[in-house]
Every structure is written in C-alpha cells, then in structure tokens.
Design a protein around this ligand. Structure first.
Ligand code: CUA
Length: 157
C-alpha cells in the first residue's frame, strides 16, 4: 500500500496527539487521585434492603443543620417514603440501585446523580427555595424509564 508523504505525516501527528492526550488524562487521574463523582462506597446490590442505611430509606436528621435522604432506585421507581426536607439545610442524598443504572435528577437544581448497582452515590445539596421538586430518572433503564419519577417536598421551617 502506498501512502502519500502528507498522509503519513498526518497519521503520525494524529496518533501522537492521541497518545499525548490519553497520557495527560491517565497521569492526572492517578496523580490527583480522581474518584467517581459520587464517591467510592460500594454495596452488594442483592443485599440493599438488609444493608444500612438502605434498610430504612427516607429522610433522617443528622444534626441541627444536616439531613440525610436515603433512596433506593429500581426499575421503575424510587423507594423512599415521604421525601420532605427543610429549606436552607444541607441535605446529603445517598442513593443506590438494586438492578440497572438509573439516575436521580432533581428538576431545577444541580442534582444529577448517576445511580449504579453495587455503588453508593452521595451528593450534598441545599435547597434555596421551598416547593415541590420533581425527581426523575435520566438514564435509559428499560421500558418503564419514562414512568420513573417521584417528588421531594422542600418546606419552610
Ligand atoms: Cu431508571 Cu430510567
């Protein structure tokens, strides 16, 4: 096969760029100790209902300014009774999945968590405005994906 000189130059340039860019990503990930955005905690997806805190999902108060919302995602819904949290307090969301990849996305906020079976995804968020917020699944998870939603009520104290 005959390659034109310029074609060879471009091929070498392209492959070299690829090696440089992938090295930058790889080296910086390890040297800066990058982890998944939701944390490194793991869980046995078959034992979610027996494993704390998912054996008792819902909202619990940790201290004066902090609440934890524990939610189990599954096809096609979220298991968490009565999601009610106060405005202006830190809410730590802890979410896992029992089956496939879902998301927990809260409309009109910056909360958009990927929920992966075998992993516990954690995100802290403080609601600035009271109201009822829509929670929905943003990862295509099966035939009922479009029906996978719930709500969280943010109340004034
Ligand atoms: Cu769960 Cu889409």
């Amino acid at each position: 096969m005959h390659l034109h000189k310029y074609e060879k130059i471009w091929l070498v340039f392209g492959i070299a760029s690829l090696i440089v860019f992938l090295s930058v990503v790889g080296v910086s990930a390890f040297s800066q100790d990058h982890t998944p955005a939701g944390g490194m905690e793991t869980i046995d997806p078959k034992k979610v209902s027996e494993t704390a805190p998912f054996d008792n999902p819902g909202v619990t108060q940790l201290d004066d300014d902090t609440y934890q919302a524990t939610i189990v995602a599954m096809a096609f819904g979220y298991q968490a009774p009565e999601l009610k949290v106060p405005v202006g307090k830190e809410i730590i969301f802890k979410v896992t999945s029992t089956d496939v990849v879902h998301s927990l996305t809260i409309d009109n906020t910056k909360v958009n968590m990927m929920v992966v079976p075998g992993r516990i995804t954690t995100k802290s968020y403080t609601f600035e405005e009271p109201g009822t917020y829509l929670i929905l699944c943003n990862e295509y998870c099966g035939t009922g994906h479009h029906m996978m939603y719930t709500e969280i009520e943010v109340y004034e104290q």
